[in-house]
Structure formats: C-alpha cells, structure tokens
Design a protein around this ligand. Sequence first.
Ligand code: MG
Length: 266
Amino acid sequence: MSLIKTPQEIEKLHRGGELLSNTLREIRRACVAGASTAALDKIARDRFAAAGGTPSFLGYRIGERGPAFPGAVCISINDEVVHGLPIPDRTILAGDVVGLDIGVWVEGLATDMATTVIVGETDPSVKNLVADTRESLVRGLAVIRAGKFVNDIGAAIEDYLTESGRSKKYGIVKDLVGHGVGHAVHEEPQIPNYRDPRLPKIKLQTGMVIAIEPMVTLGTWRVRVKDDGWTIVTDDGSMAAHFEVTVAVTDDGYDLITPWPDELAS
Ligand code: MG
C-alpha cells in the first residue's frame, strides 16, 4: 500500500470525490428541523448505490471488537464532535449544529469529507465557531505543497484558531486527526490540527492523498466516547464543529479531490 497515488488513481479519486461532494450537498439541503438522521443517511445510501459507490463508513469498525458503524453518514449534533449515529429515532431540531461526515469507495479508492450545518438560528458565538473551523481548514490547505511538512498544516490551523483578539478561546480536538486516504479509509500519515512536537518530520510529496479535518469546540479540547461505542462528545458539553476535504499534494499546492459542498451550492 503506497502513500503515493498514481495519476490514474488520482483521476479515479476525483470521480469518487465528485460523487461524495454532490451527495453531501444534497444532505446539507435536507438537513432541516424535523428531518430524521436516518432519512439523511438514506440520501447517501441511495446516491452511492445509483452511482456504483460503496459507503465506506457503513459496517466500519475501530479495532476488531468495536461495534460496526450503522450508517453511511456520521451525523454529529451539538456537543457531538464526530462519529454520531444516523438512526431513525434521532431528529434534527431548530438551532442544532450538525456535523455531516461521509466517505465512499469508488473504483477501489476511498475519499472522505465533512461539513457542519447550522439549522435555523443560533448564537453568534456558535456561528463564529462554525465559520472559524471552516476557515482554519482553508488556512491548513494553503500551506500544502510538495516539500512542506505534515506539521506545517497543523501549525497553520492552530495559528488561525488561536489568533489574538478572538472573543472566545477555542478547543482544538487532539485525540482525532486528519489522515492519509485512498487505498484505505484511514492511512498514514496522521495529520494533527495543532503543532505536535512529537510528530515525526514527514515531508509532503506529490501524489500523497490526505484528508484534513479540523475539529474545534467552544470549550475544552478534551473528548470522550459515549456508551454506544462510537459517538465522540466534548468532555464539557460545549458545541463542536468539523470540516474536512480530501486533497492530493502537487508540486506547487494541492488538487481538491472533494469540492466544497457549500461553495457548489452558492
Ligand atoms: Mg476523515
């Protein structure tokens, strides 16, 4: 399993990324007060099936004995950071902050992306959290090119989120990180969203395919897993936001494999 993808593989990844992005755009639109999380999940299952894609999260296990993930989309509401369950008795409510994270296999290659939707009205602090989490991803992407180091990405994300003058100090989740993707759902290297002095100096190379995914909270960086074995929540109950794209590293920047679903919508 190579961390470097061939140009042919990157072409295939683009086809998967396009499907993933179009699907996430449709789920964003359907993510309104009263929608059941199972109905949002069904959009992904149906669209993937129609296009010949396979949901990569459905049935996924962390370790050998963990519970299998029950859906195609992770739907994480309010203090849920990631890996929330798309199940029939969960309904989206007005004011919810909803993280939508999906992954798909197309032509033997995996792509991964996420967005966060504010349903209706919410506090300015929550709006800022969502906007700043998205922008931190943009800042992290901006430093990517062959020859840079994995740690440069986390440093750029951290620097943006800890800029002076912010009214609120954010928590940057540390237990979950970005990652290589393509031949597997999660590959090396791990890509923290902060400066990690322990991280080996890994150089970005042309053809590396990576998923960058800042997870940010209005409180602590500490998280825990709920009893369902999947849902990751903030330790202090504070709101969280999450954005993710898959990109391929190039000589002078990056190639966006999963187009932003919100930009496409506008
Ligand atoms: Mg991911």
